[in-house]
Design a protein around this ligand. Structure first.
Ligand code: SF4
Length: 300
């Protein structure tokens, strides 16, 4: 802990140069569909989709398989090699399992690697998804253990770890990351990096909070500045040299173009392209231009 904290506080240039040593020159693009949006019974304080808060977002039930196919084909045309089905809710409902499995196999048939982010899993569900051909399951720790009860009261950190264990036991790859800027301390950012090093996910999505009006975190835009966003991404990469740090939500809203490029250059090997769940992202064309400018290759 102490050593990584000292690393976090290195001179910024030195810290980013160190992170760059662990960062490959290839960048993977992935994309997603919000296959079920809103009306979630969970109370995550950062989330526009929780029914605890008045956020007035458009909601919809589980989409049709054809909608997933259409969006996945567009993502592939934009350079994505992975595509995720993302649903709101505590976890997959029994009545949706067959349809979700159909979606997974349809994504694989298009020639994309299938990913799914469907919440907390019950016994046997990870195995069902594995049989359907799912490659990777996404389930964030969101924040470190010592801060988790400040971000939701409807489930625990250990509930999340339980799903992470189920994913690994079923032989699925794991995508597991965080949202930073939710009021955590620097020490807690280091704690997150070390917890992820224990979990060893293949991929670490790195989200920066986009404060949403109506949620308890709506005024949290000052909880982290750009320099500390860079510092956090750098220690994530240094502590997790074998995991891809994936730039995801918040990069457009919370970073200047220059700092976003610095992040791609020094700390990250994957980018979530297009729009996020309920927030707007950066166009795939802009991301391609960034890679070109930085001399990085798009992973195919
Ligand atoms: S983060 Fe997921 S589980 Fe939490 S409220 Fe939002 S949709 Fe529900």
């Amino acid at each position: 802990m102490q050593m990584l904290l000292e690393t976090y506080n290195l001179e910024l240039k030195e810290l980013l140069a160190l992170a760059k040593k662990y960062t490959k020159d290839e960048v993977e693009f992935c994309s997603l569909i919000s296959a079920k949006t809103g009306k979630c019974p969970e109370g995550c304080k950062y989330c526009s989709q929780s029914s605890y808060y008045m956020t007035n977002i458009p909601t919809h039930p589980l989409v049709d398989v054809q909608d997933v196919i259409k969006t996945a084909k567009e993502a592939k045309a934009n350079g994505a090699t992975r595509f995720a089905i993302v649903t709101s809710g505590t976890g997959p409902l029994d009545k949706d399992m067959d349809k979700l499995c159909e979606m997974i196999s349809a994504i694989n048939d298009i020639g994309l690697k299938s990913c799914a982010s469907l919440g907390i899993l019950k016994d046997g569900q990870a195995e069902r998804f594995k049989e359907a051909g799912l490659v990777r399951y996404h389930h964030n720790i969101n924040t470190c253990r010592s801060y988790h009860d400040k971000i939701t009261h409807t489930h625990t950190y250990d509930d999340r770890i339980d799903t992470i264990k189920k994913v690994k036991q079923a032989g699925l790859e794991l995508c597991c990351g965080v949202i930073i800027g939710m009021g955590e301390t620097v020490e807690q950012r280091v704690e997150m990096a070390l917890e992820l090093a224990q979990i060893q996910p293949e991929s670490i999505p790195f989200n920066i909070l986009t404060p949403i009006k109506g949620t308890p975190f709506e005024n949290y835009s000052d909880k982290i500045d750009e320099e500390n966003i860079l510092r956090t991404a750098a220690i994530f990469k240094i502590a997790n040299p074998n995991s891809s740090v994936r730039l995801a939500g918040g990069r457009k809203a919370r970073l200047t173009k220059e700092n976003m490029e610095l992040l791609v250059e020094t700390c990250s090997e994957a980018v979530l392209i297009g729009n996020y769940l309920t927030t707007i992202g950066i166009t795939p064309q802009e991301d391609l231009e960034t890679l070109k400018k930085l001399g990085k290759k798009l992973s195919v």
